[in-house]
Design a protein around this ligand. Structure first.
Ligand SMILES: NC(=O)c1ccc[n+]([C@@H]2O[C@H](COP(=O)([O-])OP(=O)(O)OC[C@H]3O[C@@H](n4cnc5c(N)ncnc54)[C@H](OP(=O)(O)O)[C@@H]3O)[C@@H](O)[C@H]2O)c1
Length: 259
């Protein structure tokens, strides 16, 4: 089912990586892009690039952990432009360093605040507005890391798993109001997010390629946009193996944060 192309697109985490590549891919005359992130300089750079293609651009230098501020901004933008598509993309990861058993309490809390509550806050701000209008599209950024826990990133995997279930749960209830929900499930994408990771990144794609796949999937109104499919099937197939065996294989992968 093809979806009417969105005129107004709000992207969180638009100052870098996949979010920025998505913004640029939508940038053209007649589109309004609303870019959220913390780094004002990087947001301005992304905005300038989008404006050079003729798009109208607003920026919100907001930490998604500040739910009230984020909600206020989204509602203000929605009153002004009627947001057609929200891409709740902002996210961070952390890797268990050499000698550590797991992430610290502070790091775990921060990852959950950004990757889970930051996403939920954006969705909860816009969903009622879209439901009232009887149309709209919401995309939530998941990850293949949600499919199987990784010993070097337990908190990150858990946050993405929460997003997968949340998106799945919302889908049917919002569909009834004319609002579609899309879960984005990427494998490895080359961005600053994982640039410091020493681990192998099989089948990694560029951010530009990832954005093109996501945009196409959103235009088709897909419930899930999963790429690369081969990696997805390998991970899914791996889940049929005994958990202890998979644990042992994963434990042998050397992972170091080089930053
Ligand atoms: N790269 C991959 O291999 C991969 C794979 C699967 C899923 N993903 C997911 O894709 C999403 C984007 O990641 P990326 O690879 O594009 O990484 P990235 O280049 O590091 O971009 C992350 C974006 O999130 C924003 N962000 C982080 N914390 C924020 C906060 N507290 N408030 C507002 N914005 C915040 C960053 O902006 P500021 O720094 O300006 O705040 C930046 O724009 C994440 O959710 C990630 O989990 C990535």
């Amino acid at each position: 089912m093809m979806v009417t192309p969105p005129q107004t697109i709000l992207i969180t985490g638009a100052s870098s990586g996949i979010g920025k590549a998505l913004a640029v891919s939508y940038a053209q005359r007649g589109k309004t892009l609303i870019l959220v992130g913390r780094d004002v300089r990087q947001l301005e750079e992304a905005a300038a690039e989008c404006r050079s293609f003729g798009a109208t651009v607003e920026i919100g230098a907001i930490d998604v952990r500040h739910a009230e501020k984020l909600c206020e901004f989204i509602l203000k933008m929605d009153r002004q432009y009627n947001v057609d598509l929200l891409i709740a993309n902002a996210g961070v990861s952390a890797v268990v360093s050499e000698g550590e058993i797991m992430e610290s309490v502070e790091i775990t809390a921060s990852i959950f605040e950004i990757n889970v509550f930051g996403v939920l806050s954006a969705v909860q701000a816009i969903a009622p507005q879209m439901c009232t209008r009887g149309k709209g599209q919401i995309a939530l950024m998941g990850s293949m890391a949600a499919l199987r826990g990784l010993p070097y990133a337990p908190a990150y995997c858990a946050t993405k798993s929460a997003i997968h279930i949340y998106a799945e749960s919302l889908r049917a209830s919002l569909n009834k109001h004319g609002v579609s929900i899309t879960l984005i499930v990427p494998g490895f994408v080359e961005t600053p997010f994982n640039a410091g990771l020493s681990s192998p990144k099989p089948m990694a794609l560029s951010a530009k390629r990832a954005a093109a796949i996501i945009r196409r999937g959103l235009e088709k109104g897909k419930c899930e946009i999963v790429f690369p499919r081969l990696l997805y099937f390998l991970i899914r197939a791996g889940s049929l193996l005994p958990a202890r065996l998979v644990d042992a294989i994963l434990a042998r992968i050397p992972v170091e944060n080089l930053r």
